[in-house]
Design a protein around this ligand. Structure first.
Ligand SMILES: CC(=O)N[C@H]1[C@@H](OP(=O)(O)OP(=O)(O)OC[C@H]2O[C@@H](n3ccc(=O)[nH]c3=O)[C@H](O)[C@@H]2O)O[C@H](CO)[C@@H](O)[C@@H]1O
Ligand SMILES: C=C(OP(=O)(O)O)C(=O)O
Length: 425
C-alpha cells in the first residue's frame, strides 16, 4: 500500500539537523566503484530509495555489497558479471545511466533499459551518447533499450554543447580506461563532479581539472579499491536552510559546505533571512519580515534548479513579487499548481513564475509530482494552517534521508500513513 506524508503546520522549529551525504554524488560514486578491481568503501551514504535501487542493480551484476553501518557501503566488484540491465530498478532513478559509462569503460559493452528519474520536461541523454561515440563506441537504441559497444576506446576531445552534469560524469567514467587523453570541454562544474573524480583518482585514475570547465582524463590500465567519504548534500542542506527560514526559532544545520550554497545564501540574505555561517554549519534565526527576490537557475555556481522549487514555497511568505526564471528545465513548475491549491498566488508563463506574496497557506491534499516539488510541499506544509497531506512521496524518498525523523526531532509534526492505491493520486 502506498504511503502519504501528513504535516500539521504552524509549529516553530528549534534544534539541529545533520545533513547526509550528497544524493547526486552517491548515485555516481556507486556505479564508479565497479570500475575498480577490488573493494571500494564509501561512507556517508544517505538512506534513500535511489541508493537502494542502485544496490539492486549491483546485485544483478554479481557485485558484492556489504553495509556494515547504515551509511557505509563496501562494494566489491571482484566477481562482477556484465549482464544486461533490464530490471525495473533501472527505470526507478535517473542515475542508473552512470552504468552506461562504467560498464562501457570496463567491458566495452553495455545493454540496459532507459533510465528513469524525475520528469522535469524532456531529459535527453544525447550528449552522453555523443561522448561515448567520440571515444569509439557505437550506440543502438531499440524498444526502450540501449546497446553500446566498442572494439576499443580511444581518448578524444569532446565539447559538450550544454554543460551537462550527467554527461560530464558519464564520459569521465567511460574514459578512465580509454587509450590516451580524453578532454571534456564545457564540462559541468558541480561539486559532485569533483567528488566522483576524487574517488576515481583514489582508485588510480588520472583525472585533472574537475570543478573547472576543462577536464582531462589520461587513460590507465588498472584501478584498485579505496576508501571514500561523500561530500554533504548541498541540495538537502539548502532545503533545510529554506525550512529554517520559513519556520525556525533557531535551527543549526550541520555537515554543510557553505561555499557550495553561495547562490542560495546570497538570495536568502537579500530576502532578510538572519544566518550565521561557519566552515561547516549554518544557523538560521527567525526573521519577522521577508522581502521578495528574483532568481534565475543556472549551472553551478549559479542558482541550483533543484532548490528553486523549495524556495518558491518560502517566496509565498515574502512581501512583494518574487520572480523565478528556470533556464535548465523550463517545465519545472508543477509545484506552483500544488502551492496554489494551498492558497499561494503564482502566475507561471513560459519558463518563469511570478509569486505574489505574502499569502497565508492552508493545509490540503497535494501531490509530490517530482522530488523537489515534494520538498516544496514539505516547506509549505510546515508553514500552513491545518494539515497537509502529500501523496506520491516515493519521489521525496528518492532524495531525502529520514526527512520526517529529522523534522520531528526539531519540533515538527510529520507522520506517514498508508492509504489505498486509489488515494495515491
Ligand atoms: C542525478 C543527478 O545528478 N541529477 C542532477 C543532474 O541531472 P542531469 O545530469 O540529468 O542534468 P544535466 O546537467 O545533464 O541537464 C542539464 C540540461 O541539459 C540538458 N541535456 C542534458 C544531457 C543531454 O545529453 N542532453 C541535454 O539536452 C537537460 O535536458 C537539461 O536541460 O543535474 C541537474 C541539473 O543541475 C539536476 O537537476 C539533477 O538533480
Ligand atoms: C532532478 C533530481 O534528481 P534526478 O536527476 O535523480 O531525477 C533532483 O535531485 O532534484
Amino acid at each position: 500500500m502506498p504511503e502519504v506524508i501528513k504535516i500539521e503546520g504552524g509549529h516553530r522549529l528549534n534544534g539541529e539537523v545533520t545533513i547526509s551525504g550528497s544524493k547526486n554524488a552517491t548515485v555516481a560514486l556507486i556505479p564508479a566503484a565497479v570500475l575498480a578491481n577490488g573493494p571500494v568503501t564509501i561512507v556517508g551514504v544517505p538512506e534513500i530509495a535511489d541508493v537502494r535501487n542502485l544496490a539492486e542493480i549491483l546485485k544483478i551484476l554479481n557485485v558484492q555489497v556489504d553495509q556494515p553501518h547504515a551509511d557505509h557501503l563496501i562494494i566489491d566488484p571482484t566477481h562482477m558479471q556484465n549482464v544486461d540491465l533490464l530490471d525495473d530498478a533501472v527505470t526507478k532513478l535517473r542515475a542508473s545511466y552512470y552504468f552506461m559509462g562504467a560498464l562501457l569503460g570496463k567491458y566495452h559493452h553495455v545493454r540496459m533499459k532507459m533510465p528513469g528519474g524525475c520528469y522535469l520536461g524532456p531529459r535527453p541523454i544525447d550528449l552522453h551518447l555523443k561522448g561515448f561515440e567520440a571515444l569509439g563506441a557505437t550506440v543502438k537504441y531499440e524498444k526502450g533499450c540501449f546497446e553500446i559497444d566498442a572494439d576499443e576506446l580511444v581518448g578524444d576531445k569532446i565539447f559538450l554543447d550544454i554543460s551537462s552534469v550527467g554527461a560530464t560524469i558519464n564520459i569521465m567514467m567511460a574514459a578512465v580506461y580509454a587509450k590516451g587523453r580524453t578532454t571534456i570541454e564545457n564540462a559541468a562544474r558541480e561539486p559532485e563532479i569533483i567528488d566522483v573524480a576524487t574517488l576515481l583518482n583514489k582508485m588510480g585514475a588520472h583525472i585533472r581539472g574537475a570543478g573547472t570547465n576543462v577536464i582531462t582524463i589520461d587513460g590507465v590500465t588498472s584501478l584498485s579499491g579505496c576508501f571514500h567519504e561523500i561530500i554533504p548534500d548541498r541540495i538537502e542542506a539548502g532545503t533545510y536552510i529554506i525550512i529554517a527560514a520559513a519556520m525556525a526559532e533557531k535551527m543549526k544545520i550541520n555537515n554543510v559546505i557553505p561555499h557550495h550554497l553561495e547562490a542560495l545564501l546570497l538570495k536568502l540574505e537579500e530576502m532578510g533571512v538572519d544566518m550565521d555561517v561557519t566552515v561547516d554549519s549554518i544557523t538560521v534565526r527567525h526573521s519577522d519580515h521577508l522581502k521578495g527576490t528574483d532568481i534565475t537557475t543556472r549551472p553551478y555556481p549559479g542558482f541550483a534548479t533543484d532548490l528553486q522549487q523549495p524556495l518558491t514555497s518560502l517566496m509565498t511568505q515574502a512581501e512583494g513579487d518574487s520572480h523565478v526564471e528556470e533556464t535548465i528545465y523550463v517545465e519545472r513548475f508543477k509545484h506552483c499548481e500544488q502551492l496554489c491549491r494551498m492558497g499561494a498566488n503564482i502566475d507561471v508563463h513560459q519558463g518563469e513564475a511570478v509569486i505574489h506574496g505574502p499569502t497565508p497557506l492552508y493545509g490540503t491534499k497535494v501531490a509530490a509530482t517530482d522530488l523537489r516539488c515534494g520538498a516544496a510541499m514539505v516547506v509549505a506544509g510546515l508553514l500552513a494552517e491545518g494539515t497537509t497531506t502529500i501523496s506520491n512521496i516515493y519521489h521525496i524518498d528518492r532524495g531525502y534521508d529520514h526527512i520526517d525523523d529529522k523534522l520531528n526531532a526539531m519540533g515538527a509534526k510529520v507522520w506517514r500513513e498508508k492509504v489505498a492505491d486509489d488515494e495515491e493520486d
